[in-house]
Design a protein around this ligand. Structure first.
Ligand code: PLP
Length: 395
């Protein structure tokens, strides 16, 4: 069957909740993807900031294959070695106290919200605690995660949300203060906003919110699902700020392609929130996802991924900055490491489609922003190749 025939078939069987690009991918290799017709694409999307190691990383593939031949799933009624090793590695990297494995980012956010509410409930026995989230945030599509997602269009048809959520403005400490009451139990935001347009938290904002949280015993929840796992040049983006969240969520690069996610608790919350019977998942932390995370962590060390992100991220920054100053359609350039965005004064859809025609996969963040979230193993030469195609397609 041709690619076109598969796409027509897809549209007759799949629920149409995405306006997909007209490509059926067949395989990947390194930083390249191949469609069913054999066309090759340089991949600056990485499955939306997921495939950090690139495609066909041998250690990763071998570890998954080996685990498949041993056991894939056992349930959380029992222990399994890959999950224990993955948890040890993650806590070492994050200095958080405990981890709970989930199957997705949204599910990690759900768990984070439950932990925060339980913590507050144990303190005062009340059931009307409030959460402050940010405008233009994205935390996922399930009800809890959607309730703290600052995009009214995503929420409206599905009201009522979980309730008691207020929205403040990212990087505006006063707007956070204005929303605090004695019912506030948590403040949640992405250390670097992803879908909302690549907005990193400023140092002043991060420090200000952290100080407020400490003063009032409000929990700081940082969503590191997109910006974590090395993407900003730090294992977790908050490590750059010299602060630590009470709760953190992770997913995307955490498992590099196998479904997975996690929420992490600092000691204070770990000891005073969820207990046996409070939360669960059938698949979360199964041996296949566990071996994926463990191998990702090992490969990050072996390949010095953070060094590569810092070096190539800076190079990408310089090249994009150069383009931004010379192109009058570009009105802003933001980001850090291998998580950057170019904001245009026109919708970016046509530019992205033209890049795809020319063998380059890029994605948007909102209507006017192109997002750069490539595999973390990309080289400067890959950046040059990307820039050549992008520059041609903008003009
Ligand atoms: C992708 C994303 C989510 C949701 O993750 P899913 O795995 O799609 O549920 C939540 N928060 C952020 C910051 C994300 O980028």
């Amino acid at each position: 069957m041709s690619m076109k025939e598969y796409i027509d078939e897809a549209e007759s069987v799949l629920l149409h909740t995405y306006n997909r690009y007209q490509i059926v991918f067949d395989k990947g290799d390194g930083v390249y993807l191949y469609d069913l017709e054999g066309k090759k694409y340089l991949d600056f999307c990485a499955g939306i900031a997921v495939f950090a190691l690139g495609y066909q990383n041998k250690a990763y593939n071998d570890a998954l294959k080996g685990q498949i031949d041993k056991i894939i799933h056992t349930s959380n009624y029992y222990y399994n070695v890959p999950a224990i090793e993955a948890a040890k590695g993650l806590l070492e990297a994050s200095k958080m106290d405990r981890v709970f494995f989930t199957n997705s980012g949204a599910e990690a956010v759900e768990g984070a919200i439950k932990a925060a509410r339980k913590y507050a409930y144990l303190k005062d026995g009340c059931k009307d605690h409030e959460i402050i989230a940010m405008e233009h945030s994205f935390h996922g599509r399930t009800f809890g995660a959607l309730s703290v997602t600052g995009n009214p269009a995503y929420r409206e048809a599905f009201e009522p949300m979980i309730g008691n959520v207020k929205f403040a403005t990212m990087n505006d400490l006063e707007s956070v203060k204005a929303n605090i009451t004695d019912k506030t139990c948590a403040i949640i935001f992405e250390t670097v906003q992803g879908e909302g347009g690549i907005y990193p938290a400023t140092k002043e904002f991060m420090e200000g919110v952290k100080a407020l949280c400490e003063e009032k015993d409000i929990l700081l929840i940082l969503d590191e699902i997109q910006c974590g796992m090395g993407r900003t040049g730090y294992m977790y983006a908050w490590q750059k700020y010299g602060i630590k969240p009470d709760i953190m969520t992770s997913a995307k690069g955490l498992t590099c392609g196998v479904p997975g996610g996690a929420f992490f608790l600092g000691k204070k919350v770990a000891e005073n929130s969820l207990v046996a019977g409070d939360h669960g998942t059938t698949y979360g932390g199964n041996p296949l996802a566990g071996i994926a995370t463990k191998t990702v962590l090992d490969e990050y060390k072996r390949l010095n991924i953070l060094d590569n992100v810092n070096e190539v991220g800076q190079y990408l920054f310089d090249r994009l900055e150069e383009l931004a100053t010379s192109c009058d359609k570009i009105i802003a350039h933001r980001g850090v490491g291998l998580m950057q965005g170019l904001e245009f004064n026109v919708p970016v859809k046509d530019i992205i489609n033209s890049c795809i025609e020319n063998g380059l996969i890029l994605i948007n963040a909102g209507t006017n922003i192109i997002r750069f979230v490539p595999p973390l193993v990309i080289t400067k030469e890959d950046v040059d190749n990307m820039m050549n195609i992008l520059t041609k397609c903008i003009n």
